[in-house]
Design a protein around this ligand. Structure first.
Ligand code: ZN
Ligand code: ZN
Ligand code: FE
Length: 740
């Protein structure tokens, strides 16, 4: 007989960890206790030495999938205390346990088996779930997490479910959303006019889809619009009705085999697609084509993640378009009544159910890069898991950016970045943003004492921070946009700094009153220096130039001395500096290059120029001249553009020119970093900003920097685009708070 003292560090609270331990301990006939600590859990166990060894062995292997065990301390002693049973002790830090809420989890293999087993009492029941899977974040109204405080409160458990719920040996022990056909939610199918139809709702939806119709489907964190994806005419119909002219559609595939018909799927991508989180994974298309779904080289693919999705596909489809049901950038629809009215005329049918979605959560969207997620959007399956930063103070609210809004709240040692919120310029989205801040504050029991936001005076997130600061008498810190990007990437990688930060994006408010976005910074959380940038260009008409790419191309040609027809209006505006703000945005350089090559003159969505330029590029080793000069050390793009134009006139293929353009930027970045290292002695380079959603850059730039002896850091847990900004803002505020 021995006694073991075990400390488990990591995120092991709120993920079904204690029931798991309880079962394991019972099985191995161990006695003792478990209690929560601020960093995880602590156990004392007595029993046979071999049983204790089995415990240590099985713990990491069998732990709930969402548990993050950072490390375990295990020590054995002969000194027995004579525990008689196993207890779950309440502790002072109990409050913290309750604050860690699990994200929503895709249907698990056990539930999937039962779902398709005619002998099971939940056969074909679309809401089957257990401790290891099902809705969480999206149904929680308040804490502590129990059924009465979730959307399941209107579904009292039947005796059978209640028995499972209280049986520690059962997979559904303490599974708050546990239910069955006798006691749980139900699906209903509505026709285009919103009339509920009798019959099997799922088969009715399949029927409409098969006939080429568009069906609104209620998911975990919001509604989707679904349609067949094998017929371009049907996808076109959906685009027309949804006014989503050019943005790519995501598709849901029945399984990875179906995804492989169109896309390359690596082992790592397959694991992510079929794992517990199931984001939309951006997969490389096997060949050009599928233009009706996505105009670039990638297709966003996800697998069914709720039992309802599984049933919708069952025996009917290999793949369906599955796009968020929202109109003109408003938040994703979540309520039945709103769906029936807002999607009238868009959907030919509605597959709805009566379990309320408490919290919106869009599908997460990512690439797989070197075996790990690289986010374009971090939402379902990930939120509200925190980022752990030991020593981080609590009470900070970071308000994020504007177009890809998010916020981030802190507790000691933990930062909680929000889900994808959307574009705040939209009144409904702004409301959603404020409501989510309140929801997070209540859920995680955080009362902000310090607010932090961008320096951009017109961001609605800035306005929110300033107003709230004034109203509640709280200090408001305004931080520079690209500094926050760099800090976000540092925090994402647990770096203290200082680092060289390459921050490339479209637009960010600069400290000199111009627009920044092609920046090479040197600094840490506390401060930064703008070491390098790119030659600024005038944006004719300001924001209009972000849409009308030919305006950027006009200025680029003009500056580079490339012949073109003179535009009198533009010339007048430029001469008078009338609404022609200067920008060093890398996104604009991509836009302008795309327009010069004739790929696009008017953007249908933000960043489209860059997306098309990347898609067009073919593999090449060639590049254009790199000229750097001045202070900050600026990339002069004029020689590059002149040679691009010469190539174009000589009939060099567009793809080759686009490839050379990418290579030039890689070489430019390396030269800037070498100069920055010369000056600072720093070897760490953090990559952040929306431009680094370009997979050519993400493949070539780190390799080129590493060849020169740099260590390269990229985002891992939040997006490189403005959605990741709030994490960096929070870290900058945290560093200043520590100083005091
Ligand atoms: Zn399950
Ligand atoms: Zn039941
Ligand atoms: Fe940005």
């Amino acid at each position: 007989m021995k006694r073991a003292q075990i400390k488990i560090h990591g995120i092991v609270q709120g993920v079904g960890f204690r029931p798991f331990i309880h079962r394991l301990v019972e099985e191995l006939a161990l006695r003792g206790y478990i209690k929560n600590t601020s960093s995880g859990v602590e156990l004392e166990l007595e029993g046979e030495e071999t049983a204790l060894e089995h415990f240590a062995e099985r713990l990491p292997r069998e732990a709930p999938k969402l548990a993050v065990i950072e490390h375990t301390e295990f020590s054995l002693t002969d000194e027995l205390l004579g525990y008689e049973d196993f207890r779950i002790l309440q502790s002072k830090t109990e409050a913290l346990r309750d604050t860690l809420i699990s994200p929503d989890i895709a249907i698990c293999p056990d539930c999937l088996r039962e779902l398709l087993d005619p002998a099971d009492r939940r056969y074909r029941y679309p809401f089957i779930n257990c401790t290891n899977c099902g809705p969480r974040f999206t149904i929680i109204r308040d804490l502590p997490y129990d059924r009465a405080r979730t959307s399941m409160r209107s579904f009292p458990m039947c005796p059978d479910c209640d028995r499972e719920y209280h049986d520690i040996r059962n997979r559904r022990y303490h599974a708050q959303p546990d239910c069955c056909p006798d006691c749980g939610p139900r699906v209903t199918y509505y026709d285009a006019e919103g009339r509920a139809l009798p019959g099997d709702a799922i088969r009715l939806a399949q029927q409409t889809l098969r006939e080429g119709g568009i069906v609104a489907v209620k998911g975990l964190g919001g509604m989707h619009l679904a349609c067949r994806c094998d017929d371009p005419a049907i996808a076109q119909k959906l685009r027309r009705r949804k006014h989503r002219d050019e943005k790519p559609f995501a598709v849901m595939c029945r399984d990875t085999a179906a995804a492989r018909r169109w896309c390359h799927v690596s082992g790592e991508e397959e694991a992510l697609l079929s794992g517990v989180r199931r984001p939309i994974v951006l997969l490389r298309k096997k060949e050009k084509g599928l233009e009706h779904l996505s105009e670039n080289g990638f297709l966003g693919v996800m697998l069914p993640y709720t039992p309802l999705h599984v049933l919708l596909f069952d025996g009917a489809f290999d793949a369906l378009v599955m796009t968020s049901a929202n109109l003109s950038d408003t938040p994703i629809l979540k309520d039945n009544a709103a769906a029936l009215s807002e999607l009238h005329g868009i959907a030919d049918g509605f597959l709805l159910h009566d379990r309320e979605i408490q919290t919106r959560c869009d599908d997460s969207l990512c690439w797989v890069l070197d075996g790990a997620e690289y986010f374009a959007r971090r939402s379902r399956g990930y939120v509200p898991f925190p980022v752990k930063v030991p020593g981080c103070p609590g009470g900070i609210l970071a308000c994020g950016a504007e177009q890809k809004a998010s916020f981030c709240l802190t507790k000691p040692d933990y930062l909680f970045p929000s889900q994808h919120i959307g574009d705040l310029k939209n009144a409904e989205t702004c409301e959603h943003y404020e409501a989510q801040i309140r929801h997070f504050e209540r859920l995680f029991d955080i009362r902000p004492t310090l607010l932090v936001c961008d320096r951009h005076p017109d961001y609605l997130s800035t306005a929110y921070a300033l107003e709230r600061g004034a109203k509640e008498g709280l200090p408001v810190l305004q931080v520079q946009h690209h500094h926050a990007h760099m800090a976000a990437c540092m925090a994402d990688n647990g770096l203290e700094g200082p680092v060289i930060g390459l921050v490339w994006d479209g637009t960010g408010y600069g400290d000199d009153g111009t627009v920044w976005g092609g920046e090479c910074l040197i600094g840490d959380y506390r401060s930064f220096e703008r070491f390098g940038s790119i030659r600024p260009m005038a944006l004719i008409g300001g924001d209009r130039a972000v849409k009308e790419l030919d305006r950027v191309a006009y200025v680029l040609r003009r500056e580079a001395g490339i012949a073109q027809e003179e535009n009198e209006v533009f010339e007048k505006m430029l001469a008078a500096s009338l609404n022609c703000p200067l920008s060093s945005g890398m996104g604009r350089l991509f836009d302008g290059a795309a327009a010069l090559l004739g790929l696009k003159t008017t953007a249908g969505y933000e960043g489209q120029g860059a997306v098309l330029l990347e898609a067009a590029a073919t593999e090449t080793e060639e590049s254009y001249p790199v000229k750097l000069a001045g202070e900050p050390l600026r990339f002069d793009w004029r020689p590059m553009l002149r040679e691009m134009e010469r190539d174009r006139l000589h009939g060099v293929p567009t793809g080759e020119i686009a490839g050379r353009f990418h290579n030039t930027l890689v070489r430019m970045a390396v030269s800037q970093c070498l100069a920055a290292r010369e000056k600072s002695g720093l070897c760490d380079v953090a990559l952040s900003g929306g431009t680094f959603q370009n997979m050519i850059l993400m493949k070539k730039l780190p390799a080129a920097l590493e060849r020169e002896g740099f260590r390269v850091w990229r985002h891992r847990r939040v997006s490189p685009n403005d959605e990741g900004l709030s994490l960096g803002q929070a870290m900058i505020a945290a560093s200043l708070r520590e100083d005091k």
